[in-house]
Design a protein around this ligand. Sequence first.
Ligand code: ATP
Length: 892
Amino acid sequence: MQAPSPVPWHTLSAEDALRRAGSSTQGLNENEAAARLLRDGPNTLKGSQRQSVWSMFLQQLQNVLMLTLLAAAVLSFILGHTLEAVAISVIVVFAVILGFLQEFRAERAIRALAEMAPPLAKVRRGGKEFLIPAEEIVSGDVLMLSAGDRVPADGRLLFSAVLQLEESSLTGESLPSDKDAGAVVALDAATGDQSTMVFAGTTVSAGRGEAVTVATGMQTRFGGIAALLGGVAGVRTPLQDHLDRIGTILARSALLIVALLVIAGFFRGQPFLEMLVFGIALAVAVVPEALPAVVTISLALGVQRMAKRNALMRSLPAVETLGSTTVICSDKTGTLTRDEMTVRVVHTSGVNVAVSGTGYEPSGTFSLDGDTGMPPSLHSLLTAAMLCNDARLEKNDEKGWYVAGDPTEGALLVLGRKGGLDELELRRQHPRLDELPFSPELRRMLTQHSFQGKMRLFMKGAPETVLAACSEVLLSEGSASLDASMRRELLEVADAFAGRAMRVLALAEKWDGEISGSVSGMTFLGFAAMIDPPRPEAAEAVRRCRSAGIRPLLITGDHPATARAIAGELGMAGEGDVVTGRMLEEMDEEDLSRAVQSASVFARVSPEHKLRIVEALQLHGEVVAMTGDGVNDAPALKRADIGISMGITGTDVAKEASDMMLTDDNFVSIVDAVEEGRGIYENIKKYLSYLLSSNMGELGLMVAATLTGLPLPLSAVQILYVNLATDGLPALALAVDPPESDTMLRRPRKRDAGVFSRAMVALLLGGGIWSAVVNMSLFLYALDSGRPLREAMSMTFASLVLIQFFKAYAFRSQRKSMFSRPFANRWLNLAILWELGLLAVIFVVPVFHEPFGIYPLSREDWLLVALVSLTVIPVLELVKFLVRRGVISGYS
Ligand code: ATP
């Protein structure tokens, strides 16, 4: 391989860099790009290791409990209980396989999530712009960068417009650094000073730029660092931590009880080694070692379900938080509205010009009331609208006419075309010489073009911003000075459009103007008012929010009247008035705190206001979900309990700061995700209470027998069987239970409420204690009636297993009767059928009798066992009745 040229890229001119990279300003052609991809490999970082299937399997075997159990099997074998030893070993294998499958499933689900949203990058190839997966970028590709983008590869700038990059991941410097394609950079400049270069892993904080790719993948500066770093550490959720702690406490108490039982048994004259085997079996059975894996699985599976409903979770803890969300702060454009803009009216020279046509198809006509001709200012307005514009209007067979870029700007292109202008022609004749890109804080955009040797400046933006920069107005008779009353009238015109739910953009121009931070002396050309209809399904989603005790807030950069009108259409407008960004700035903490409680609509809000709103809401104990798409939304997204970014229109920076990304940018998906989040949490609770209740029933039975001086009612193998075979599958099925129909009719769960609500504890105790009482009574009765111990034990075993089955169905809800949609969980039905089959085999096939200590039961005994175990149903129904009645409160 040829050694790389010694001249560093940052000292080359843009032309030389292009030449060396074998490219041009038009970019590579597709064939060349494909060939380079094959030659250089994908633009990805290596180094994140995957756990192999084998190591996951072996990890299961390293589980202390499993090892102890194997030791118990060996002990049994030494003691001469060969069949028992085999049974224990088979159960171990079963448990290891189940454990492995759980871990494997969880790991795969989580990995699939990571691969679900590959980063995209904008490149120019063969003169056309494409959005491609960042990993397909090759050296020579021309990258198109704008505010909020993550730079996908190292590149030499070809063009820059007030471009600033945040390079802290490389240089540690958190202030953005200025970039300039035309700068001359010293040979020995440090990375942070190479202002002609952009580097992979950094982000664009402002402006626009284009760069030719000079290094990809591990060849980039970031690749060099990434190689040192290795994989990403797994994040644990608060619930997982909480359950880990509960698991440890339970394990310790269970082990203590078991130890006491073993010692008691020993003093009562049972052989020590046999008691030890029993003790180990009991310990393994009651220690909830599958807990963490099951929680991960239900989280991960839930996350997959959410993905199907267009919400990609970027962090597992957020899944839990989602369920307790109390406020959803949503922006308007695209989330609650369709983001399909159509200009309906143009106001220029004091007249309203109506525009016909729908969507982005550039066919439609202009019409005026009365018979006056079109005002001459219209032409200037359309020219400004098309030149001060970065969007492109395109058409294909699949989508018809569509906009590449900002829909607001797309609508202005359509408007210009309806007026007979052609933006491509205009852009060719009057190329852009300078620009100030749009920013949501300043709400305006400026461009500079040459017209017959003269400079002409165009501005477009929010009416009040543009009017503030104007001192003249273009009228039919020529330009006139813009006095205060005229300015007020114009603002009223804009307000009236906004009051009809329209978004209003103002346009202005200035001959011989230069671009600077504070532009003034411009000439006002007019307004373009466009509709952006609400999404049809959004009103229903707003209603669902309300019935679920969640307050939806509209927070938008748009005009207050537009915001209020849309909020009204969606049923979001609350009691309070619309609060504007300017009002927010004047409020102290107390006023703000009051405002966020009463107002539902915030307009003309800048990203930094969003941060204040989140903080004020959080001070009231609200759990806040907040949407955002721009680079400056990142702090608010990070601060919110659930930061939500837009998958389609969002910037990379916003996506990275968020916990959840909407693949369809739709408000409805947020509400769906909350519903899933609630369901997931409920399911984990169902699983947990079933498991604990079972263990309590079994331990209670053993303790009662020991305390009353009776023989042990279950053998080691039986107890292992009940826990590892009988309980395992139904418990897992509960973890994937379909959500209850009233999930979105309850108030949000309190975040700090913990998993153990009173209702849950009541159900858990009721089931556990009743199971112990019933089985103990049955055992006593069987012994009393003169049945041999083995028969009494078999009856107790059968009754315990059946009680577990009934409990599994009952634990599907803490509140509703088990007879409402009893068989809705397909997995639970299958699990129970399979378990019933197994039980039948154990009782019917003689080979299993010895190892499982089975005595074949008579028909009468079965009837008795069935009747006795059925009693658990009314007991649990009673508990639920008390919960519904509010006697047992604290239901969440
Ligand atoms: P949100 O998405 O937060 O509901 P939005 O998309 O309406 O609101 P921004 O994009 O921040 O909010 O726009 C704020 C204001 O800036 C708009 O009301 C409009 O007046 C102006 N504006 C929007 N897009 C452009 C643009 N491309 N060029 C110039 N001005 C614009």
